[in-house]
Design a protein around this ligand. Structure first.
Ligand code: NAG
Ligand code: NAG
Ligand code: NAG
Length: 401
């Protein structure tokens, strides 16, 4: 029962599902302490670590919250380079803090001497401010992951670089890998990095076997006008409830196991942590972002948002089709660590292999590829054994670069 609950809950954020889980989970109505106090105060200081809240303003006016853990639990100041952790879709920095300290990557890195920085994408609880817009304005939600690449990523990297005076290691999970791959096809950003670690890498999406995610993509694309009218994609809202019902109807799925339907069967989650999870997640995103991802599932390309016809694309891009992010432009000497799982239905092994094909000219001594047969999408960040399986080899990789 507890496992089924956690699975339903996790389904709400990892790709596209929702209120079926949240609505049924009684604890959801509790207001997150992170919403009131900030992530530092509610989740980091409580574990005995120092923590700083930072903000950075993007060129398009979004004020993003960042948390920094500058020392180990014993109080020893970081003596290793900065590491920036970037969460995935419908999540925030809580991703890296949710398990026990010796199982959660942010704390593990701090205890190992790294200067740990946690980013929060626009639209999440720590990053709801804007210089002129409010989240209740539709215009606030006029973005997809293109803007996370074009605005959020450069602002965040620049901030960490300017405060620490150092280049950093990057760790992304899920959507945090897609925006990295797209961003790193631009040289200016790569110049601020030491290395990039991509956990459960999302890039090419059209072989995705997840029947529920495919159905969701189909519904988004068929009714994009309806969805665009909603602007803010609230995982626990009524519209998303309708989406879930439609998905279940289309696939003939009884939706009793949404999590596996979307993401694959995670091997190693701790079901006793579900209350902590529900207290903080899932987070809203822009509906336009969901439609953009749905376009990728259909087309199999990594391109900018498609405005639907040649005229509209011409207006936005000066060309009839959306510009493509060219994966082969990622510099061949950027140290890369990619880790993917055999049970992952979102970062499907066949899609990951297409990405690996784009990286075939990468310098051989700069790439580590890890395949973990029993891991699905959430295990990479929430697995109780991810410390030994993923994080230890990742830190050994950092040590080399
Ligand atoms: C599924 O869709 C059909 C046709 O629109 C409808 O009659 C049926 O009630 C729906 N089933 C559920 C479970 O929503
Ligand atoms: C799972 O979470 C519970 C509740 O926080 C904790 O007591 C337990 O030690 C955790 N188990 C593992 C294996 O991490
Ligand atoms: C991607 O970049 C490579 C190397 O710069 C180039 O050869 C290739 O034509 C580009 N592909 C596209 C689709 O622009």
């Amino acid at each position: 029962m507890a496992t089924a609950k956690v699975e339903l809950i996790l389904a709400t954020f990892l790709f596209c599902a929702a209120s079926v889980a949240a609505g049924r989970a009684s604890s959801y109505s509790r207001r997150s302490s992170a919403a009131v106090d900030g992530i530092c105060k509610s989740l980091v200081v409580t574990q005995g670590y120092a923590c700083q809240e930072h903000t950075v303003t993007t060129k398009d006016g979004y004020i993003l919250g960042l948390q920094r853990i500058p020392a180990s639990r014993s109080g020893r100041l970081a003596y290793k380079p900065p590491v920036l952790l970037q969460h995935g879709l419908m999540m925030d920095a809580v991703t890296w803090l949710m398990n026990l300290p010796d199982e959660s990557l942010a704390f593990i890195l701090a205890d190992a001497g790294y200067d740990v920085w946690l980013s929060n994408s626009r639209g999440t609880q720590s990053s709801l401010q804007h210089t002129s817009l409010s989240p209740s304005d539709p215009a606030y939600w006029e973005w997809s992951w293109d803007e996370l690449v074009t605005y959020d990523m450069p602002a965040i990297l620049q901030h960490v670089r300017s405060i620490t005076g150092q280049n950093m290691h990057y760790v992304g999970h899920s959507l945090g890998t897609l925006i990295a791959l797209a961003a790193f096809s631009h040289k200016e950003l790569v110049n601020k990095l030491r290395s990039a670690v991509l956990l459960s890498p999302i890039a090419y999406l059209n072989q995705m076997p997840s029947p529920l995610a495919r159905a969701a993509a189909q519904i988004f694309l068929a009714e994009d006008i309806y969805w665009l009218g909603l602007h803010q994609f609230i995982p626990k809202g009524d519209a998303v409830n309708k989406l879930i019902n439609d998905i279940c109807n289309i696939t003939g799925n009884d939706c009793s196991n949404l999590m596996s339907g979307f993401t694959g069967q995670n091997c190693c989650l701790n079901s006793s942590r579900s209350d902590i999870f529900l207290n903080h997640e899932p987070q809203s995103t822009a509906t336009k972002n969901m439609i953009h991802l749905a376009q990728m599932i259909r087309t199999g390309t990594i391109a900018m948002f498609d405005y639907g016809n040649e005229d509209n694309n011409m207006n936005h891009y000066g060309q009839p089709t959306p510009p493509v992010y060219n994966m082969t432009k990622i510099p061949n000497d950027l140290p890369l660590y990619l880790s993917y799982g055999g049970k992952d239905l979102l970062a499907d092994p066949n899609d990951v292999k297409v990405l690996l094909g784009c990286l075939k000219d990468h310098d051989g001594d700069k790439v580590v590829i890890q395949y973990r047969e029993d891991y699905a999408h959430a295990d990479f960040v929430f697995g109780v054994n991810a410390n030994q399986i993923i994080y230890e080899p990742v830190m050994a990789f950092f040590h080399l670069h």
